[in-house]
Design a protein around this ligand. Structure first.
Ligand SMILES: NC(=O)c1ccc[n+]([C@@H]2O[C@H](COP(=O)([O-])OP(=O)(O)OC[C@H]3O[C@@H](n4cnc5c(N)ncnc54)[C@H](OP(=O)(O)O)[C@@H]3O)[C@@H](O)[C@H]2O)c1
Length: 256
């Protein structure tokens, strides 16, 4: 086996990527598949899922999709079983599915709060409970959560979203503490402002887009593809001694 292959190859590994039909999750699913993993992507809309998987299979990768709603506990459990039934138990779990409802805090309803927590925090917790201990039993696992700047500081209506992402960073540390001794590392990827459908409203305002780019050090906003290398690293044998960490993929936004 070549040097780079030994460090980074995901050959023979199974991956489950939530939110793998769009934006950052889609780019991560593509990266893991191209690095050799068999990838199952999970989201609700079937047309988007199918399109994402078709792209991968046409490129010669092993990929499949499972449609389900991560906003309910029953939905998460069903999706988890279906996904594990495709290629086998995942060795790599990426939680990229997320929502950002963004009402001003004074107008945030109980339903907004519950839904945000369910998709952004509870689904990653439940998927971790389902897959983490089994990864630990097998002696290899990688869990990657996608959080946000708002896990670290409040801005642009952090509301419930920032709270859910702050919780997700803590969840990563709890999971890392529990399972790292058994070969399961758990880390978070922290985006800056990335041009994806999640940010449609903001991305369509060129003045705001330019102002946000200005706040980075690299001088541009993020693209979904910027997450590919970091995701492969955190999924691979190369990151065996990196756990409980938050890796900012943000062009320097957080330190500017
Ligand atoms: N874009 C940014 O600037 C940015 C910044 C910081 C953090 N993030 C985080 O990065 C992650 C990915 O965001 P993105 O920008 O790539 O967003 P995106 O393009 O809107 O993708 C979100 C994905 O999550 C899925 N999803 C949403 N609700 C779901 C549900 N109830 N059940 C199952 N799947 C669901 C969506 O598919 P369906 O709608 O078909 O279900 C889609 O695949 C999110 O966790 C987000 O909070 C993004």
């Amino acid at each position: 086996m070549g040097y780079l292959e030994g460090l980074f190859s995901l050959e023979g590994r199974n991956a489950l990527v939530t939110g793998g039909s769009s934006g950052i999750g889609k780019a991560i699913a593509r990266a893991l598949a191209r690095a050799g993993a068999s990838v199952v992507v999970v989201a609700r809309r079937e047309a988007e899922l199918k399109a994402a998987v078709d792209e991968l299979t046409e490129a010669g990768c092993r990929a499949a999709w499972v449609s389900g709603d991560l906003a309910t506990r029953a939905g998460v459990r069903t999706v988890a079983e279906e996904a594990a039934g495709v290629f086998g138990e995942p060795d790599i779990l990426v939680n990229s599915a997320g929502i950002n409802i963004r009402p001003p805090l004074s107008e945030l309803t109980d339903e907004d709060w519950d839904r945000t927590m369910a998709v952004n925090l509870e689904a990653p917790f439940l998927l971790g409970q389902r897959f983490g201990p089994r990864m630990a039993e097998r002696g290899y696992g990688r869990i990657i959560h996608v959080t946000s700047q708002q896990a670290h500081r409040a801005f642009v209506q952090s509301g419930a979203y920032g709270v859910s992402k702050g919780g997700l960073e803590s969840l990563a540390r709890s999971q890392a503490e529990a399972w790292s001794p058994y070969g399961v590392t758990v880390n978070t990827l922290v985006p800056g402002f990335v041009m994806t459908p999640l940010n449609e409203r903001l991305s369509s305002d060129p003045v705001k887009v330019a102002a946000l780019a200005e706040r980075t050090m690299v001088g541009r906003n993020g693209l979904a593809g910027d997450f590919e290398g970091a995701a492969v690293f955190l999924s691979s044998p190369a990151s065996a001694y990196v756990t409980g960490q938050a890796l900012f993929v943000d062009g320097g936004l957080s330190v500017h």
